[in-house]
Write a protein that binds this ligand. Structure first.
Ligand code: HSE
Length: 297
């Protein structure tokens, strides 16, 4: 009647796939304990790691759990303990991990009545509380693993993409907070046609490269001409960190989700660790605190 789960961090956008593409990290994430209780309703009983609201309707994990609970007709309730490791506002899907964790755990406890797409539908409600907009590019990889593409939100259609073996991510998180809602506000409403052409050519190429394990194509497709020019201004030493990672052999680098974390992809663990050294040397020479992770995708 109780389950403990790991809810992973995720990288959304992946340069050319704003709001649609994402991948899952296997080494960073939150933990939650969810248990069935006699009292009807959803209750958050414990939160560790960061200061988050206990009121169910104000808590991302609570809101997604409520969305699922309303779809169930049961005479019991759920109690949720949240052990938060992913810092809110870090750009690696902190709210998505919360939103997904509660519904995934509840579904496991009651014999999996819902599939992963249905769980994503419930989790979108929690994600929207945090980012003020319904997007699923962090939720989908957190639930499905690997790379996912959100073909549409309404109706929700998620495609699972293959991950070439030997693909690693290095993620650096400078210790500043960027709210997704604010960094969305920076973006232009219109995109010049030439930029749109470049972006969808790159996104199509990246999807093809994932299917064919074409690392050279991954490298040339990891470019963002639409969002990065606007958001990178919010991230200290973004161009320096990106340049250092590419010089060290990364396949590509970009803003993780809405930032400030910066992700890079590398072929092989050794390369990912070399890239890690290069990235951290930039912040180590400044007064910016950071943390950094290497993760298999
Ligand atoms: N696609 C979203 C954005 C992800 O970049 O705003 C962040 O939650």
């Amino acid at each position: 009647n109780e389950i403990k789960i790991f809810s992973p961090a995720t990288v959304a956008n992946v340069s050319c796939g704003f709001d649609v593409l994402g991948f899952c990290l296997d080494s960073v994430g939150d933990e939650m304990v969810v248990r069935k209780i006699e009292k009807k309703g959803i209750y958050i009983s414990h939160i560790e790691g960061f200061d988050l609201p206990y009121e169910t309707e104000k808590n991302v994990a609570g809101v997604s759990a409520l969305a699922m609970y309303e779809a169930l007709d049961v005479d019991f309730g759920f109690e949720i303990e949240i052990y938060k490791n992913i810092k809110p506002g870090s750009g690696i899907g902190s709210s998505a991990a919360s939103a997904v964790g509660s519904v995934f755990a509840m579904n496991e406890l009651i014999g999996r009545p819902f599939n992963k797409t249905q769980l994503t539908e419930f989790a979108i409600k929690g994600e929207a509380l945090a980012s003020k907009c319904e997007h699923a590019d962090n939720l989908a990889p957190a639930l499905f693993g690997g790379f996912t593409l959100v073909k549409s939100v309404s109706p929700l259609k998620i495609l699972e993409l293959p991950t070439p073996s030997d693909l690693y991510a290095t993620i650096i998180h400078p210790q500043i907070e960027i709210k997704t809602s604010e960094s969305r506000g920076l973006l232009p409403n219109e995109v010049p046609l030439n930029d749109a052409i470049t972006q969808w050519a790159n996104l199509g190429s990246l999807v093809h490269a994932l299917h064919t394990s074409d690392f050279d194509l991954i490298k040339s497709a990891l470019t963002d001409v639409v969002v990065e020019p606007h958001r990178s201004k919010l991230i200290p030493l973004f161009n320096e960190v990106k340049g250092a990672s590419l010089n060290a052999g990364a396949l590509g680098a970009g803003i993780s989700g809405s930032g400030p974390s910066i992700f890079t992809l590398s072929k092989g663990l050794e390369q990912a660790n070399t890239v890690k050294e290069a990235m951290q040397s930039i912040y180590a020479d400044s007064d910016i605190d950071f943390d950094i992770h290497v993760s298999k995708i």
